[in-house]
Design a protein around this ligand. Structure first.
Ligand code: ATP
Length: 273
């Protein structure tokens, strides 16, 4: 019998999570961070994991990044089991001091490309391309300590996108920024996405941010995180923030997360917005 080489499932979801349960050892005990979480992320999705502090959002993101393994369930990217970190998944954290302080903006963006053996000329061209896309061309030779928080956020995004990952993993990337800068970053992320259509898995505990940033939102219950509902939110954006429909969606999400509906464990439901 001939064995066919593995092939990715055409037209399937890019990221498939099935029954993901993740536990941490904590002394003699075990902390269950997520329980039986399933979801699909399709190419071009801006998929948000939303839930209260401690519901396992970052844990799920780290598992997708390949930094921790589920104790039950499966995670697949493009049909292949996630078995460890890979260049197809790049994480952007909220600590922008992940930028090397002794490297310029250009050098910071080039660094992971060079580490991945991209030829220097190509690495520089790609770095300059993405630095321009995030509006920092004038700052290519600046050092991180001379940049504002928003500018550092943009460098981190440029560095991630320059790697051309299959999926960008963003863990509350704007949480440390002031409200005005965060709003600006939401705008810029939207402009970038409109142009590039990258796939994004975005973690936040802010309902408003989830609605503005996301095209689909997975609501997770408090500790351990279980899927409460999945919501379409592509119709919302900064233009609709504060409007009646936006407020109604935000209130419904709040009810699902914290209200009477949240008290009764329930299976995942598709909720139309
Ligand atoms: N390294 C660890 N060891 C033990 N327990 C952990 C570890 N990391 C996370 N946890 C626990 O797992 C649960 C989920 O944590 P996680 O950071 O994923 O939640 P979160 O939803 O991202 O929270 P936040 O919004 O506050 O960042 C929490 O109860 C947390 O205390």
């Amino acid at each position: 019998m001939s064995v066919l080489p593995f092939q990715a499932v055409p037209n399937g979801p890019l990221l498939r999570a099935r029954g993901v349960t993740i536990e941490y050892p904590a002394g003699d005990a075990i902390v269950r961070a997520t329980h039986d979480v399933s979801f699909d992320v399709w190419r071009g999705d801006r998929f948000v994991l939303l839930g209260p502090s401690g519901c396992g959002k970052s844990t799920l993101l780290k598992a997708v990044g390949g930094f921790i393994a589920p104790c039950a369930g499966s995670l697949e990217l493009d049909g292949r089991a996630i078995a460890g970190p890979g260049r197809d998944r790049i994480v952007v954290f909220q600590e922008f001091d992940q930028l090397a302080p002794w490297k310029t903006v250009r050098q910071n963006v080039m660094f992971p490309l060079l580490a991945g053996k991209t030829p220097k000329r190509e690495a520089e061209a790609r770095a300059l391309h993405w630095i321009e896309k995030v509006g920092l061309s004038r700052f290519v030779d600046a050092y991180p300590h001379t940049l504002s928080g928003g500018m550092k956020a943009r460098v981190a995004i440029a560095r991630a996108l320059a790697m051309q990952p299959e999926i960008l993993l963003m863990d509350e990337p704007f949480a440390a920024l002031d409200a005005l800068t965060r709003r600006r970053m939401h705008e810029e992320l939207q402009v970038l996405w409109d142009e590039v259509r990258f796939t994004m898995l975005f973690v936040t505990h802010s309902i408003e941010e989830a609605l503005v940033v996301g095209s689909r939102i997975l609501l997770l219950s408090p500790h351990p995180g279980r899927v409460r509902a999945e919501i379409n939110s592509h119709q919302f954006g900064l233009h609709s923030a504060g409007g009646a429909e936006f407020q109604a969606a935000a209130e419904r999400i709040h009810g699902l997360l914290f209200g009477a509906e949240a008290a009764v464990p329930q299976r995942a439901r598709a909720v139309r917005s």
